[in-house]
Design a protein around this ligand. Structure first.
Ligand code: XIL
Length: 361
């Protein structure tokens, strides 16, 4: 009898400690460690909002960005039809749990519905038609969530990838010239005067892209276009940006009177590439201890610079929750597993998580 009791006790102890080891919660979350610094956010899809992923979100973050649900294609699939379901479910979840929401996005060259740039006869839309659509779209979406979304990425990625050019030669640009950027901000400000309006861009820390982005922002600010902040997407890697590049970028935009947010943070274990490509024969993608250490170093460096600049930086949003799913598993190389976030494939905090929250307040 005694033996059975001891054995049961032993099994219970092992069982309990296994349970503890599998619980994804740390007692404090990123949002608590950083409460004197900035909002801590994460990009989500409706399917993330229940079960262990929802627990992790609520434990760690105080801000949400819909990863895709508010882009023009998903939310406005046909001219006279909006699809509010996914966006509503994210905003409702946020309201229910007291999280803030960043809207993403209102005007972009990607993920638009097929009908957007065409008129009713199938020809390319005129500038007038596009402005009417943009106006009506912005009013419909922003008014629906007015008071529930505190900040919007109004224009996304308008600058060209080629350093020799200024603005991207998108259909927006081809049809409207650079004026579409101003229009989008004016409509957005009119639709919800209280929303904080962002221009959102990637690779902003590379010196030449920073110069071009600065040129655009200065032009908008000088012309009194209602833009209040810049989003640095921060699809970074273990190789870039340097601390100095990040510091200079933040301070340069702050000098224009703009607030800064990190809007789509992930730190890839591979060098940045733009074009999609297949996996090369023999190409490996192991998450080696060396890569893990490089990632820790880069995350620590980045967060030290962000804390140093807390006067200007008002929010940091991660692009996806954990390494269980990241858009970088499919982009730019389909099927190449990446590990860019602070939580692992089992939703557990990685070593890098503890490094990011280990600082003197
Ligand atoms: C990405 C999403 O994460 C993917 O699910 C989607 O297939 C493509 O778009 N810059 C942006 C984001 O502003 O909207 C993009 O999100 C990533 C790059």
């Amino acid at each position: 009898m005694k033996k059975i009791v001891t054995l049961t006790a032993l099994l219970c102890t092992v069982g309990i400690s296994m349970c503890i080891a599998q619980t994804p919660k740390t007692t404090k979350g990123l949002k608590d460690y950083y409460d004197k610094y900035f909002y801590m956010g994460v990009a989500v899809a409706p399917q993330n909002l229940n079960g262990p992923q929802a627990d992790l979100i609520l434990n760690q973050f105080n801000s949400l960005t819909p990863e895709n649900a508010m882009k023009v294609g998903p939310i406005h699939p046909r001219e006279n039809e909006y699809n509010w379901r996914d966006a509503d479910s994210i905003v409702n979840f946020a309201q229910h749990h007291g999280l803030r929401v960043r809207g993403h996005n209102l005007c972009w060259h990607q993920q638009n519905p097929d009908w957007w740039f065409k008129d009713s006869t199938g020809k390319q839309a005129t500038k007038e038609l596009l402005y009417k659509r943009l106006h009506d779209h912005i009013f419909a979406v922003m008014k629906r969530y007015q008071g529930k979304i505190y900040a919007w990425d109004v224009v996304n990625e308008a600058i060209d990838d080629n350093p020799d050019n200024f603005l991207r030669n998108s259909l927006w640009y081809q049809i409207c010239g650079d004026e579409f950027i101003t229009k989008a901000f004016e409509y957005a400000h009119e639709a919800d005067p209280k929303a904080i309006l962002f221009y959102n861009e990637y690779n902003t820390e590379r010196p030449e892209k920073m110069e071009r982005t600065y040129k655009l922002m200065k032009k908008l600010v000088d012309a009194k276009v209602p833009v209040q902040a810049i989003g640095l997407q921060a699809h970074w890697s273990i190789y870039e940006p340097s601390a100095a590049e990040l510091r200079t970028t933040i301070q340069k935009f702050a000098s224009l009177g703009l607030k800064v947010q990190i809007t789509e943070l992930d730190i890839s274990i591979f060098p940045w590439e733009k074009e999609r490509r297949a996996l090369r024969p023999g190409e490996t993608f192991e998450y080696t201890p060396e890569l893990q250490q490089k990632q820790i170093d880069k995350y620590k460096e980045v967060f030290a610079v962000l804390r140093e600049n807390k006067k200007y930086v008002t929010g940091v949003t991660f692009w996806n929750i954990s390494d269980q799913y990241t858009w970088l598993d499919q982009y730019p190389v389909r099927g190449r597993k990446n590990h860019p976030l602070l939580f692992d494939e089992k939703l557990q905090p990685k070593k890098v998580f503890y490094e990011v929250v280990n600082f003197k307040k």
